[in-house]
Design a protein around this ligand. Structure first.
Ligand code: AMP
Ligand code: GLY
Length: 424
């Protein structure tokens, strides 16, 4: 079977790696891919948001399964487009990709199905939004409705900051159309975690829980990034709260949508905050997380292509899965200056030696091959994943591997997974 993976991050390299292990898969294309996917797949120079060219390519090459990494093609309706041509593609239809692409849509669904989430109100004008902020007081969270590359959420410590956030989104239109509506919601405190599950519209197959590290510096300091590391599983999530997430969040959503003849197929990602020892839903995403995929997919021992096909065909119940009992810790190596301005084209050394190590996985993101060399080509450059019988061992392995890799300006967090045992 020929498979097309869309995207260019470490998440997509991890997907390509996992799919390449399937006996069903004979050939993988990756559009546009990176220096790492080039090893296992044929990189195709088509951008992830160029839906028409992706469709032409899939038709021409008789691609039998397409797997979408990032949210933009899903929000633009790639699943509907491919399905209309009889092509199998893994992900939700445009109507349900709105669970990620419109926070207003998502919050209204949560309310409708009684899913635990922070109280909120929706505004399309700045004045009533500011009046509401005054009534509510700080801290308070201001969110742009649409996709804003992870920057549309502002957790505000003071009312002044929250008013400013409203002006940034609605006055200065920093996020364009994505900010035509805003949500103002109560601020929750606690530890965050991500739970991702396959759904075919009926069966829910959860992956291990994981925890992302969004800030650039140790101890969650500095600017937000695409994610600087992750680990799985998450010890702070006990069985009781895991069951609650399934029974009070995933199940009501999938069933509620089903009653309206909306069939959610693909990966559903719940961003959870454990607040007062109860899981609250912060957000839904409609795809694998990055860097979460890099620690949860290695735990899955089944045939990923088969699970994806069964998801598409509505047979997920029949999927065979086993779990690797080990823990995984992913450290992201980023270019100096990221998430601000950074330089590209720095030679990366030390990768070859790690290829032979069984307990280390290295997934590429912003890299490319230049002659015989691998050079940096983006903000987040590599995901280095260590595995071990305990999180501690996995962390040690990951950082030993990180020490072997070098490029000019490299930066990374030193505390990935330390939060695992911190209950606050
Ligand atoms: P979202 O895209 O909605 O998940 O928001 C991005 C980040 O903002 C989350 O990962 C949280 O760190 C933070 N956040 C979102 N909503 C809230 C909330 N109600 N209370 C506290 N923090 C929040
Ligand atoms: N790691 C967060 C995300 O993929 O959205």
């Amino acid at each position: 079977m020929k498979v097309l993976v869309i995207g260019s991050g470490a998440r997509e390299h991890c997907l390509v790696d996992k799919l390449s292990q399937s006996p069903k898969v004979s050939k993988i294309y990756c559009a546009p891919g990176n220096g790492g996917t080039a090893h296992l797949a044929e990189n195709i120079e088509i951008k992830a948001d160029n839906l028409d060219r992706l469709l032409d390519f899939a038709l021409k090459e008789n691609v039998e399964l397409t797997v979408v990494g990032p949210e933009i093609p899903l929000a633009k309706g790639i699943v509907d487009l491919f399905n209309d041509q009889g092509l199998k593609i893994f992900g939700p239809a445009k109507e349900l990709a709105k669970l990620e692409s419109s926070k207003v849509f998502a919050k209204e669904i949560m309310k409708k199905y009684g899913i635990p989430t922070a109280d909120f109100k929706v505004f399309s004008q700045p004045k009533p939004a500011k009046e509401y902020i005054e009534r509510k007081g700080a801290p308070v969270v201001v969110k742009a409705d649409g996709l804003a590359a992870g920057k549309g959420v502002m957790v505000c410590e003071s009312e002044a900051e929250a008013r400013q956030a409203v002006d940034t989104i609605m006055g200065k239109k920093k996020f364009g159309e994505a900010g035509e509506k805003i949500i103002i919601e109560d601020c929750l405190q606690g530890q965050e975690l991500s739970l991702l599950a396959f759904s075919d519209g009926e069966t829910i197959l959860p992956l291990a829980a994981s925890q992302d590290h969004k800030r650039i510096f140790d101890n969650d300091q500095g600017a937000n990034t695409g994610g600087m590391g992750a680990y799985a599983p998450v010890p702070l999530l006990d069985k009781q709260n895991f069951d609650k997430i399934i029974n009070e969040i995933f199940q009501p959503l999938i069933e509620g949508l089903g009653r309206e003849n909306k069939i959610y197929k693909g990966i559903l990602y719940a961003g959870i905050m454990i607040f007062n020892n109860k899981p609250n839903l912060l957000e839904f995403n409609v795809r694998f997380g990055d860097p979460e995929a890099q620690v949860v997919l290695p735990k899955l021992k089944g045939d990923l292509a088969d699970i994806m096909l069964k998801t598409i065909d509505g047979n997920l119940k029949q999927a065979k899965v086993e779990w690797d009992q080990r823990s995984f810790v992913c450290v992201v190596l980023a270019s100096g200056g990221y998430p601000g301005k950074y330089q590209k084209g720095k030679e990366i050394s030390g990768l070859e030696e790690l290829e032979k190590q069984k307990d280390i996985l290295v997934y590429h993101a912003g890299t490319k091959r230049e002659n015989e060399k691998i050079v940096t080509n983006g903000g987040r450059v590599l995901s280095v994943v260590g595995s071990g019988l305990t999180l501690k061992e996995a962390k040690e392995k990951a950082y030993q591997a990180v020490d072997k890799i070098n490029f000019k300006g490299v930066q990374y967090r030193k505390d990935i997974s330390d939060k695992a045992f911190n209950k606050s």
